[in-house]
Write a protein that binds this ligand. Structure first.
Ligand code: DQA
Length: 146
């Protein structure tokens, strides 16, 4: 059976490339997703990628994929800092999680220093732009195949 990774992008990440490029880079989400899909294919991993601007939809995606995914890579974007609902959904499904951020959330405003997800994640990759996602996939690969 091929291993499966669920990737979830939270709110405003659909505007990557045009949104605050000094923090989030000039690459579009489509391009990041394409590169992730290529990495997954090369490693014989099945990837499903979702982006939503709605907190409840993140919860529903996690629920729907709870028997499908071997690992979740999530950039909850602004919901990182606020969402007990996303945290609880991740706790409920007990799927290993890697938290990703394009920017270094610890070098920005103090309200971004708090994450509702970090302490329940396997690890956090923050601050490497689009590379954060590719590093997360690399880590995910090592975790799901060992
Ligand atoms: C982000 C950081 C969050 O603080 C912010 O709200 C985002 C994106 C990042 O990828 O750097 O929308 O998660």
């Amino acid at each position: 059976m091929r291993k499966k990774i669920l990737v979830i992008h939270g709110p405003n990440l659909n505007l990557l490339g045009e949104r605050e490029p000094e923090f989030y880079g000039k690459t579009s989400l489509e391009s990041i997703n394409k590169k992730m899909s290529d990495i997954a294919e090369k490693n014989n991993i099945v990837l499903e990628i979702y982006q939503t601007n709605y907190e409840g939809e993140i919860v529903e995606i996690i629920h729907k994929k709870r028997t499908w995914a071997d690992l979740i890579v999530i950039n909850p974007a602004a919901y990182t800092h606020t969402s007990i609902a996303v945290r609880d959904a991740l706790l409920a499904v007990k799927i290993p999680v890697i938290e990703v951020h394009l920017s270094n959330i610890y070098s920005r405003e103090s309200f971004r220093h708090k994450s509702m997800i970090s302490d329940i994640a396997l690890g956090v990759i923050s601050g490497f732009g689009e590379e954060s996602y590719f590093m997360a996939l690399d880590a995910a690969k090592k975790i799901i195949f060992t």
